[in-house]
Design a protein. Structure first.
Length: 406
């Protein structure tokens, strides 16, 4: 038996094989995870949902891939796989319905294995022992190379779970109905600050690369025909580069670039109760032409509707703060400000008026977005706590107001 490292591959040739995934503790792993396969074309996309194999759909349309049931393995006749299928991704997800804290990091071991027609285990691939915060994984893949099949150890994770995994394969799952009162505007739709009227709306963004790449929320620029950026020290036009509506992130490019660059936090991510700082341009400039700074604390590591992609914080925000950086006490990015709880809606439903209930997309998800876009962002370990005034002075060089015209 040979154990592979991430990225390694081995020749299989053809014939019948079985592929499965196991973990420790075994009972908890079997109860909380589900195995599947995605049949992919040469572009790495599924043709339709019939190419997704799991316990719910245990057989491919041609019968070459089948799910065999408990404890969960995939039986594959490599010689019978249609020529249109170039790769078969072996995927693992946390079952829906478990507590938001259930990620692959709760298991002491996760491994994929491959058995030949005789039942022998020639290949095993174990995920690195470091704790993982993802809820969906591409564990391994089978792919054609010069007319023969090969096995590759992958281990690619998706912290946003099944929707992000499906989008990676070219599918977009229907959005589940919201479980919490509305975020953002009174109708529950997240949108840019439209207080200026005249078909204009605004938000905040921050520079993450010396070439002028800016990160913001997708909802800040959605529907814009022209996008500008400004600060007391900088004015320029912005060009959309890459967008992820599912995770509400967008990448823009400024020409010329601003003078400063934000850095993301390495090591442990945002912790419950730690101090955070928001720098942005709320209310379309009604509060002044310069950036506004507020401070607060991380109040929850889970967003609305038990969304583990987000965290909750108490630093006051207003319309227009969306897309700005959420900074820790040392001035490094731990999140992207995205929304606030609609106090009017909550008051209508409960009779209570919530205060300073705001949400940010976690920094690790934003980093994954930038990696997918090919942007080499900068990061560092946090140091000691600094004065908010010093952090704000530094942030003025990389935080910009984004102005959009519909």
């Amino acid at each position: 038996m040979q154990e592979l490292q991430p990225g390694q591959n081995r020749l299989l040739g053809g014939g019948r094989i079985a592929v499965g995934v196991s973990g420790e503790p075994s009972d908890e792993f079997a109860a909380k995870t589900q195995l599947g396969a995605a049949l992919l074309d040469s572009a790495g996309r599924v043709r339709d949902t019939d190419d997704l194999i799991s316990a719910e759909q245990p057989r491919s349309r041609d019968g070459s891939v089948t799910f065999s049931g408990f404890p969960g393995e995939l039986r594959i006749d490599l010689d019978a796989v249609p020529e249109a299928i170039a790769r078969i991704a072996i995927v693992l997800t946390v079952k829906p319905g478990f507590a938001p804290a259930t990620t692959f990091g709760v298991f002491s071991a996760v491994r994929a294995w491959l058995a030949d027609a005789a039942g022998k285990l020639p290949l095993v691939f174990s995920l690195p022992p470091a704790s993982r915060g993802e809820t969906a994984l591409i564990m391994a893949e089978l792919y054609r190379h010069q007319g023969q099949w090969k096995f590759r150890a992958v281990g690619q994770g998706f912290s946003a779970g099944l929707p992000a995994l499906a989008a990676h394969f070219g599918l977009h799952l229907p959005e589940p109905p919201p479980k919490t009162p509305a975020l953002g505007g009174p109708d529950g739709k997240r949108e840019g600050d439209r207080s200026a009227g005249n078909g204009t709306f605004s938000g905040t963004g921050f520079c993450v690369h010396p070439d002028g790449y800016l990160l913001t929320n997708h909802h800040v620029i959605d529907g814009a025909s022209e996008i500008l950026a400004r600060s007391p020290r900088h004015r320029c036009r912005l060009e959309p580069v890459f967008a992820d509506p599912t995770n509400d992130l967008a990448l823009l490019r400024a020409d010329p670039p601003p003078s400063g660059i934000a850095r993301f936090r390495d090591g442990p991510q945002a912790r419950l109760g730690e101090t955070v700082i928001v720098v942005g341009y709320p209310l379309g400039g009604l509060l002044g032409s310069g950036p506004q700074v507020t401070t607060g604390n991380v109040s929850s590591l889970i967003g609305p509707g038990d969304d583990t992609r987000s965290l909750q914080f108490t630093a006051p925000t207003q319309a227009g703060n969306s897309g700005g950086p959420l900074l820790d006490g040392d001035g490094v990015v731990v999140g992207v400000v995205s929304s606030k709880l609609n106090a009017v809606r909550v008051h209508e439903l409960t009779g209570d008026v919530p205060q300073n209930v705001n949400f940010a997309i976690k920094g690790m998800l934003a980093r994954g977005f930038l990696e997918a876009a090919g942007i080499e962002y900068q990061s560092r370990l946090p140091g000691g706590t600094r004065a908010a005034a010093d952090i704000a002075a530094e942030a003025r060089d990389f935080v910009l107001k984004i102005e959009c015209r519909g």
